[in-house]
Design a binder for this molecule. Structure first.
Ligand SMILES: C[S@@+](CC[C@H](N)C(=O)[O-])C[C@H]1O[C@@H](n2cnc3c(N)ncnc32)[C@H](O)[C@@H]1O
Length: 220
């Protein structure tokens, strides 16, 4: 007997058991297909919510509280030419939408990595009547230009504030107001603040290198 034949004999079913094996019924196959499909679907939906944890700066989706939004908006001032606001890591779009609703002259953008949250934000903007004054970009915040904005809002995590401060100082235009929620920047000088525990906000007017305000957002 050859080695292959011997292997087949060893790995094959025990004699007498073969006849008891029944092929899977149609309903069994459907059940396997449906549960498999549900598992794949759930993984596709959930992955973007888990993915931030795998990045250098773990920034999960934690929505701003109504009080936090109110505190942020108290520092968003209208300007004659119409100002532009960016929420960095815009989540479900609540800050962007609230800003556009509060100030008819404002154009508010959000940059967000999670595609489901971006779709949700656009739908929410439509429902709230501010779709034409809001934009949601599905991009990585670290590769998104901050140059065109008059107001930049960040509700981040403590570990990212050092690197974000460097990015702001490099890219933000002169006169930009930066509003940080819950976690302050490490070295920028605070211009104003509301200290209310988890709803605290800090306001900065960084003195960055000169950049052009007419730049448009890119995925650079
Ligand atoms: C703390 S939540 C803030 C949500 C929103 N700004 C708010 O205040 O309700 C941070 C958001 O940043 C997003 N995020 C994480 N890493 C990102 C990245 N590299 N680029 C863009 N968005 C990111 C997360 O998906 C999450 O929605």
């Amino acid at each position: 007997m050859s080695t292959i034949e011997l292997e087949k004999q060893i790995s094959g079913p025990a004699p007498g058991l073969e006849s008891h094996r029944k092929p899977a019924s149609l309903s069994g196959k459907i059940l396997i297909g449906v549960t498999g499909g549900i598992a794949v679907g759930l993984s596709i939906v959930c992955y973007p919510f888990v993915a931030p944890a795998l990045r250098r700066h773990c920034l999960p989706f934690v929505p701003a509280t109504p009080k936090q939004i109110c505190n942020v908006l108290s520092f968003v001032k209208p300007s004659n030419g119409g100002s532009r606001l960016l929420d960095i890591g815009s989540g479900d779009g609540r800050i962007v939408i609230a800003a556009a609703q509060a100030q008819p002259s404002i154009k508010a953008d959000g940059v967000e990595l999670n595609p489901w949250l971006v779709y949700y934000s656009r739908l929410a903007a439509l429902r709230n009547g501010v779709l034409n004054r809001t934009s949601f970009f599905r991009k990585d915040l670290w590769k998104f230009s901050l140059a065109p904005y008059d107001h930049i809002v960040i509700f981040g995590v403590e570990q990212m504030m050092d690197d974000l401060e460097k990015k702001i100082l490099k890219e933000a235009a002169p006169g930009t107001t930066v509003i940080a929620c819950r976690f302050p920047f490490p070295t920028m000088q605070t211009e104003n603040r509301i200290e209310e525990g988890v709803d605290s906000v800090w306001v900065y007017r960084p003195v960055p290198k000169l950049t052009s305000k007419t730049d448009t957002p890119t995925d650079a």
